[in-house]
Unconditional design. Structure first.
Length: 263
């Protein structure tokens, strides 16, 4: 068996950290894990079924429709059949879609569509939120009855900066805690720390590329899976080595090492 390289002089295993710091790491892991789980649920609910109608699975077709449009129908139809499908009863959804497909004329809007929108949609789509379509008038709703071309570039830019900043902070915190883990070979540990950042860039850039070339939707799926896999690996290894695994032999034997520091 090849001899392991010596530990870096600044490296500290979890067993060498004060209990207060280990508790801090543990609580951070629990909250971040819960947050990541809810983020996955949100992504699934928002995109699953857009392209295939199957709300039980997120597919390549769903991402193509989300970012580049369906190529037929309107933005309003895609929303009602996708992320907004649970916001209205099915009979009201069918009434609005039928109105759009019949030409979305003004008279039918006043009689059949406006009462539904006033009852179900104005809480969010009254124009007070600049990031949501304004459905408060006929002229406004006509804009979303045009052909579905997917998420517009300005919305992608807005979501991009949120993802780039937010995910960077999340994986910085996760990576910082993970640096205390004993993982060999060292290059594998470094790769696991670096890969989520590569995945973030791949994910965000592929949103734009999918609008131009649909197969980039596969890159979106791969990048999301890579991020999730790295997050899960770092979470599990960190939690396990924090409390459940004995300190590695090299740590226990280190001169001056103290595996029972209390602070």
């Amino acid at each position: 068996m090849a001899e392991q390289p010596p530990l870096h002089r600044l490296y500290r295993h979890y067993s060498e950290l004060p209990y207060s710091q280990r508790v801090l790491y543990t609580m951070t892991l629990l909250v971040l894990g819960l947050g990541y789980m809810f983020a996955l649920i949100y992504v699934f609910h928002t995109y699953a079924g857009r392209g295939t109608g199957n709300k039980m699975m997120l597919s390549y077709e769903d991402l193509v429709v989300a970012y580049s449009g369906s190529g037929h129908g309107s933005r309003l139809e895609s929303a009602l059949q996708g992320p907004m499908s649970n916001m209205l009863p099915s009979d009201e959804t069918k009434a609005i879609i039928a109105w759009v497909q019949q030409g979305s004329d003004h008279a039918s809007y006043d009689k059949s569509v406006k009462p539904i929108l006033d009852k179900r949609c104005m809480g969010c789509h009254d124009g007070s939120n600049p990031h949501l379509p304004n459905l408060s008038s006929y002229d406004n709703i006509k804009k979303v009855t045009e052909q579905d071309t997917g998420t517009d570039v300005f919305t992608l830019v807005r979501v991009s900066h949120i993802h780039l900043f937010g995910l960077t902070f999340i994986f910085f915190i996760m990576g910082l805690m993970f640096t205390h883990a004993y993982v060999r070979p060292v290059w594998l540990k470094c790769m696991i720390v670096a890969l989520p950042y590569c995945a973030i860039v791949m994910d965000v850039s592929s949103w734009y590329f999918t609008k131009l070339f649909h197969p980039f939707a596969w890159v979106v799926l791969f990048a999301g899976a890579l991020m999730g896999g790295c997050f899960a690996f770092m979470w599990l290894v960190t939690m396990y080595q924090l409390w459940f695994s004995p300190p590695p032999a090299m740590v226990a034997e280190r001169v001056g090492g103290d595996t029972a520091i209390i602070g």
